[in-house]
Design a protein around this ligand. Structure first.
Ligand code: ANZ
Ligand code: ZN
Length: 788
């Protein structure tokens, strides 16, 4: 036979003809929804990273399918978004044309991989039959008060010519193009992510997700428990409130600091300080957020000329502005405690502000200022001697009675900014009417179609505003001429719910039938890049919870289990990219060796969650592994069943066979593909060794080889099918149950070994008859009477 690309084609055709992977929701077996993050249909061919993500997860899915699960494994396209638009700007090819073209190409390439996708269940986010429901979803959130338009300081990328969500700003840079993002105050559309901050946090522990990813989300949500305290302004009716996590240090507050852009500043500032304050504000606005928060940056500030009153002790304290205080966190105002906070200490030293100790270490040991640990209160009136923990509660309660404080929990999470000033996205279904204001498009009028003929070159304004035909409409309420909203939705909105559409993708009446998706969801296994930790994976969780609260579904989490595949780097150890010229295409390997060799090599050559630099040294070894399996099968074909003369050899082979079943099963379950392949190689060696004996039990050898092929089938689906046919086993190997271990075969004879230490008998350990020295040593060390 000799396995090759032709073998792939032969079986792909047969699988399609016989609809082998057709999903039947009524089929027996527990449903298993396995999903890879869908990809963006780029013009380039499928790259190694796609294969690594999709191909290997497909092997996992096949393994579960063989175990008897009713597998649902769809694939689609995340087709709206900037790449197509940027490509269009560069080449003049309309994004719709290039996207459709790319998708067709990509679908063909995905088919070459021989995955288990049922293409009757697919989604394409840029198609009206999909984005109609993205718009519908916007309206549900709008009705529920979870979508709103507001002026806010937002992130602007000057290169992408659009606003960005906080999640798309990485270390102050645009996640897409690495431009330094600046802050602008603009009127934009938001989803109320913050309403779900607590639930998003509280539901994390129960998820079977990588701990690191849960940590990232936890940090991104940034729950902070503290108090709000209100300060009076001396000689004025005005007040302001600060958020603090250390109200126990209130008696040590010697000044307060307000964010320079805070609206209160103009009211605080005395005429003689006006000029300096204005200059400082101007300087602040020139810096971006990372610069402002950098711990390295020298802290600067400016006195406003006004004083506040410390509510704890009536002390007169100056009001400053400083750029390290952000308007968008807490209340934008901070109480400063230089004795117990590093930043405040440095600031007080620099500007000669008083420093007042109010916390001592609990054990009375001397402590230098700033002392930032917890301890016991001093110089704090009635609260002296209280611990930090008790004092937080006592001081808040005391001031609460006077209406000057409150317990308060803050979150770092901000609402999700979803509007974009770009063309290639789903139009926001809102109409602006002079009389009626903001009016949602009636659901019956959806979709609001994205017009084709639009000058989409970005200039900072929404391209749709240049299309008269799109913009002009009439108000659904009063009928007067009105204008459509011209911003489009961020592509992350499209991908925040696509997994809900897959099980019911052709529904023209609803986004999805709740009865269907309540059965099919949550996704049991989700596989995709770890870079989505604080973006897609937060948005999808939010959307699921929001739709639940809109009464559209009955589960709260979209993805039960999550795995991040590692990244395959270029041979030079850098991220693969066209500009570096280090992109490895799978095509030549697939052409030369067949897709299964390539897939198995990706399995064998890398640890799945780690990835690593590409190197194709091992691919020949996999091809050889395939040839050896093939040779064995060819030999078996003409082998009489025989009875065999080697009881011990048979026993040994049966042991390897069954331990291979155990190991490969647990390796596959845990995405440890490299060890799974290694175990099969060992099993093959044992089979070949046995087959070389002169008087062998042919029937037994065949059975063992069937086991090998069954275990190999998820990893090399075409090759295994071919071998199965060769051995006359019929069609299809993929309908064979996953091999089950015979526990009896794993029981080895146990022997007892006396252990001597320094010539004295210390005990006896029981080990398997074939235990090596290391194993005996380990067993001895485990035995208390011997080890002590
Ligand atoms: C007084 C104090 C004393 C504070 C002390 C800390 C230590 P997290 O945990 O991140 O919530 N803060 C509050 N709002 C701020 C803003 N808009 N910009 C910059 N800093 C702000 O941090 C809460 C602490 O960060 C608050 O508690 C406040 O300083 C500061 F020994 O209040 B603290
Ligand atoms: Zn950008």
């Amino acid at each position: 036979m000799a396995y090759s690309k032709a073998t792939d084609q032969k079986w792909q055709k047969k699988w399609e003809e016989t609809q082998l992977y057709k999903f039947n929701p009524k089929a027996k077996g527990e449903k298993l929804y396995c999903l890879e993050m869908f990809s963006y249909p780029s013009g380039a061919n499928l790259h190694v990273g796609h294969w690594y993500n999709f191909g290997l997860t497909d092997s996992w899915a096949r393994f579960k399918r063989a175990q008897g699960y009713n597998l649902f494994h769809p694939m689609g396209f995340d087709a709206f978004g900037l790449p197509a638009e940027n490509y269009a700007i560069k080449t003049g090819v309309h994004p719709e044309d290039s996207t459709i073209n790319n998708m067709n190409k990509m679908r063909e390439q995905l088919k070459e991989m021989g995955a288990t996708y049922d293409w009757d269940y697919t989604v394409t986010t840029c198609m009206p039959d999909y984005y109609k429901w993205t718009q519908w979803l916007f309206l549900q959130l709008y009705k529920k008060g979870l979508a709103y338009r507001a002026a806010a300081p937002v992130n602007w990328c000057g290169t992408c010519n659009t606003v960005l969500a906080n999640e798309q700003v990485v270390d102050g840079l645009c996640e897409r193009c690495n431009t330094v993002v600046d802050q602008r105050k603009l009127t934009q559309w938001f989803f109320k992510l913050t309403d779900y901050a607590e639930e998003l946090l509280a539901d994390l522990p129960a998820l079977n997700w990588p701990e690191a990813t849960k940590k990232i989300q936890q940090h991104w949500i940034g729950k902070s428990v503290g108090s709000e305290v209100t300060f009076d302004i001396e000689g004025s009716e005005e007040k302001f409130t600060v958020f603090t996590t250390r109200i126990d240090t209130l008696f040590g507050v010697t000044y307060v600091v307000v964010a320079p852009e805070h609206e209160l500043v103009s009211r605080f500032t005395t005429p003689e300080n006006q000029e300096a304050v204005q200059a400082y504000i101007k300087k602040t606005l020139e810096a971006n957020e990372i610069e402002r928060l950098s711990t390295e940056r020298e802290k600067t500030g400016c006195f406003t000329g006004s004083y506040a009153v410390n509510p704890a002790n009536g002390r007169r304290i100056p009001i400053w502005i400083a750029d390290y205080v952000l308007e968008s966190y807490g209340t934008g105002c901070v109480m400063a405690v230089p004795s117990h906070d590093e930043r405040d200490f440095a600031f007080a030293e620099k500007y000669n502000l008083p420093i007042e100790r109010v916390i001592d270490s609990a054990d009375g040991s001397p402590n230098e200022l700033p002392y930032t640990e917890y301890g016991l209160l001093v110089n704090s009136g009635d609260f002296n001697g209280k611990s930090t923990k008790d004092a937080k509660e006592a001081i808040t309660t005391w001031l609460e009675k006077q209406g000057r404080a409150d317990f308060k929990t803050n979150y770092r999470l901000r609402d999700w900014l979803i509007s974009r000033q770009r063309y290639w996205g789903a139009p926001i279904p809102i109409i602006h009417c002079e009389k009626c204001g903001e009016v949602p498009v009636p659901e019956a009028q959806l979709p609001v179609k994205l017009p084709y003929n639009v000058e989409f070159k970005p200039d900072g304004k929404s391209p749709l505003s240049k299309s008269e035909e799109f913009v002009n409409t009439s108000c659904p309420i009063c009928g007067a001429p009105a204008r459509r909203e011209c911003d489009t939705m961020d592509t992350f909105v499209c991908s925040s719910w696509y997994f809900l559409r897959y099980p019911d993708p052709n529904n023209t009446e609803q986004a999805f039938d709740p009865d269907i998706i309540n059965k099919m969801l949550p996704v049991d296994m989700y596989v995709g890049g770890r870079e989505h930790a604080a973006m897609h994976l937060i948005y999808a969780r939010f959307m699921t919870k929001a739709l639940r609260d809109c009464g559209k579904l009955s589960f709260s989490e979209p993805f039960k289990s999550l795995v991040h595949q590692g990244v395959i780097l270029g041979p030079d150890g850098n991220k693969m990219s066209k500009s570096r010229g280090n992109v490895v295409s799978p095509d030549k390997y697939v052409d030369q060796y067949g897709s299964d060799v390539f897939r198995c090599y990706l399995m064998f050559g890398f640890s799945y969650v780690d990835g690593g630099p590409w190197d194709d040294n091992g691919i020949k070894a996999i091809a050889k592994f395939f040839s050896r399996i093939e040779a064995l099968c060819v030999k078996l074909k003409s082998l009489p069943n025989g009875s065999g003369d080697y009881a011990q050899a048979e026993k040994d082979l049966d042991y390897v066979r069954n331990s291979t079943i155990v190991n490969v099963s647990s390796n596959m379950e845990g995405f440890q593909f490299n060890t799974a392949v290694a175990r099969l190689m060992e099993f093959l060696n044992a089979l070949v060794k046995y087959s070389a004996l002169t008087q062998i039990n042919g029937k037994f050898l065949k059975e063992c080889t069937y086991t090998l092929i069954n275990l190999l089938a998820p990893m090399a689906p075409h090759f295994a099918e071919e071998l199965w046919e060769l051995l006359g086993k019929g069609y299809s190997v993929h309908n064979q149950p996953w091999p089950v271990c015979n526990e009896e075969a794993l029981k080895l004879d146990v022997i007892e070994i006396p252990i001597q230490v320094n010539g004295k008998l210390r005990g006896v350990v029981k080990v398997n008859a074939d235990a090596g020295e290391d194993e005996i040593k380990a067993a001895a060390l485990e035995d208390e009477s011997i080890a002590c």
